[in-house]
Design a protein around this ligand. Structure first.
Ligand code: 5GP
Ligand code: ZN
Length: 112
């Protein structure tokens, strides 16, 4: 666990953040500043800085994050209308929290 990392603190239960999902590898919770009607974050317990720092060993974890995002989209009722699973990578890619995480964004066009 990295000192002073807000997402390490969240995944380790050191804040009052409510989890939408939790298992032995990842947690999911609502983004504090949503950019979409549904905006959640899927965050691994493991502190990895960004996509750039992934190693071959992390492939299964990344696949698990995508599958968790898909299941969360279903639970949030946006799977049929559509959604985005998004990684921001490093500062120029919009990343501001340097503990890897995946955004689930959706809920705009539910009528179509
Ligand atoms: P990034 O820009 O690094 O890809 O995304 C970080 C996201 O984390 C942002 O959308 C931001 O709103 C969210 N965030 C930052 N701090 C907190 C927090 O303390 N709690 C929650 N729930 N979300 C946070
Ligand atoms: Zn961390």
């Amino acid at each position: 666990m990295a000192e002073e990392c807000i997402f390490c603190n969240i995944v380790n239960g050191k804040t009052d953040t409510q989890f939408l999902y939790r298992d032995d590898r990842v947690v999911a919770f609502a983004d504090i500043h949503p950019h979409a009607p549904v905006h959640d974050l899927i965050v691994p317990f493991q502190h990895i800085r960004s996509v750039n720092d992934l190693q071959s060993l992390d492939q299964e974890l990344m696949a698990h994050m995508v599958m968790t995002g898909r299941e969360l989209a279903r639970q949030r009722g946006v799977d049929q209308s559509g959604y985005k699973l998004l990684f921001n990578v490093e500062w120029g890619g919009g990343q501001r929290i340097f503990h890897i995480h995946m955004h689930l964004l959706g809920g705009w066009d539910k009528e179509k």
